[in-house]
Design a protein around this ligand. Structure first.
Ligand SMILES: *Cc1c(COP(=O)(O)O)cnc(C)c1O
Length: 384
């Protein structure tokens, strides 16, 4: 029987068209884009074409796009690069539900003497821009708020927060790894100075990402050792990866809106099906301000891990919390931050839909989940 993959927020398969576009760059077109002979120039052209296509997609200029190894590096680069280039300021504002690739670099800066303010979120996972404005001091260097949350799918009011940052002349970064290629991104409209994105969350290859850096932002390189990427990011380009990233963006450009509409329908069918057919369930994250592909549900009296493993036997693949925390038994910081009590935070489960998800899949998942939950609750010592 086929496997039903519903963990697209963790990673996505590389599309056939993307792979085809990449293949020549491993063999025939292997030259280093930094070299000056003909094949090097050809490689350089491919690199710059990719940069142009991607920049255009987010309404940026080509020289504002720096290719990196992925979302994690882009987030580390933004935070540590700004910190080291702007030593006169030592305060950073973020939210309590950021990805670990934001929270951990900030924890590191805290150990180096920085002050970090974590803005709480409401029960839907939304940050209140007023709270951000109130947290600003004359030492504030950066506001970093994710575009959409990877666990509960809530989309933040980035445009509004950007206006506040602009008004106070504070750098504004957003982790857009979950949104690029899925919902509209326009760096001008969003008022962001820096933006992180990753290829493997949008049907491109692993190990490629980007940091958008608005012209004029004072930032130090994170990687030293070469003059690539406007001297901002050393290391020989992952050209095959970058070309694949470009192709994934071109496909997203054509299909994003119709795909978002299709996924929203499937998402809502799954959410409503669960809430109507299974008792004591709660949707985590905002009902409307939500990624088109995200379903995150708490089911009381059962461990999320038990549901995940039972669904695996039905050939269904999903997540509890985020992929990074699923090997530990710690409750998700995101689920706790939206006010779910610690006893039930363990029982949350995430389905993230994607390009290969069909309506039959959703019907099958719903049917299977009802059966799994009934069985587990019958066995659970927590039920009585
Ligand atoms: C996946 C993810 C990252 C990490 O990106 P990588 O390319 O895997 O390093 C960062 N932030 C968010 C919100 C993510 O979902």
């Amino acid at each position: 029987m086929k496997r039903i993959y519903l963990d697209y927020a963790a990673t996505t398969p590389v599309l056939k068209e993307v792979l085809d576009e990449m293949l020549p760059y491993f063999s025939e077109n292997f030259a280093n884009p930094a070299t000056l002979y003909a094949s090097g120039k050809k490689a350089k052209n491919a690199l710059e074409e990719a940069r142009h296509v991607i920049a255009d997609f987010i309404n940026a200029k080509s020289d504002e796009i720096v290719f990196t190894s992925g979302g994690t590096e882009s987030n580390n680069f933004a935070i540590k690069g700004l910190a080291s280039a702007n030593k006169d300021k030592n305060h950073i504002i973020t939210s309590s539900i950021e990805h670990h690739a934001i929270l951990e670099p900030l924890k590191f800066l805290k150990s180096q003497g920085y002050e970090i303010t974590y803005i709480p979120v409401d029960c839907d996972g939304l940050v209140n821009p007023k709270d951000i404005e109130e947290a600003i001091t004359d030492k504030t260097l950066l506001i970093s708020i994710m575009h959409a949350n990877n666990e509960i799918g809530t989309i933040q009011p980035i445009e509004e927060i950007g206006k506040i940052a602009k008004k106070h002349k504070i750098y504004f970064h957003t982790d857009a790894v979950q949104t690029l290629g899925h919902i509209d991104i326009d760096v001008e409209k969003l008022n962001v100075d820096l933006l992180s994105a990753s290829s493997h969350k949008i049907y491109g290859p692993n190990g490629v990402g980007l940091l958008y850096i608005r012209k004029g932002v004072k930032i130090n390189p994170f990687m030293h050792g070469g003059e690539q990427e406007f001297k901002k990011r050393a290391s020989t380009h992952n050209l095959a990866g970058i070309v694949g990233f470009k192709k994934a963006i071109q496909i997203a450009k054509n299909e994003m809106y119709s795909e978002a509409k299709r996924l929203t329908y499937l998402r809502d069918k799954l959410i409503n099906g669960i809430l109507e057919n299974i008792e004591e369930t709660k949707l985590n994250g905002h009902r409307q301000k939500r990624l088109p592909n995200n379903v995150n549900i708490s089911l009381s009296h059962i461990e999320g891990e038990s549901i995940l493993l039972s669904l695996d036997m039905f050939n269904i693949e999903c997540a509890t919390g985020s992929a990074c925390t699923s090997s530990t038994l710690m409750s998700s910081h995101v689920i706790l931050a939206i006010g779910v009590p610690a006893e039930t935070a363990h029982s949350s489960i995430r389905f993230t839909l994607g390009k290969f998800t069909t309506e039959e899949d959703i019907d099958y998942v719903l049917k299977s989940l009802i059966q799994v939950v009934n069985n587990l609750r019958l066995m659970s010592p927590l039920t009585n």
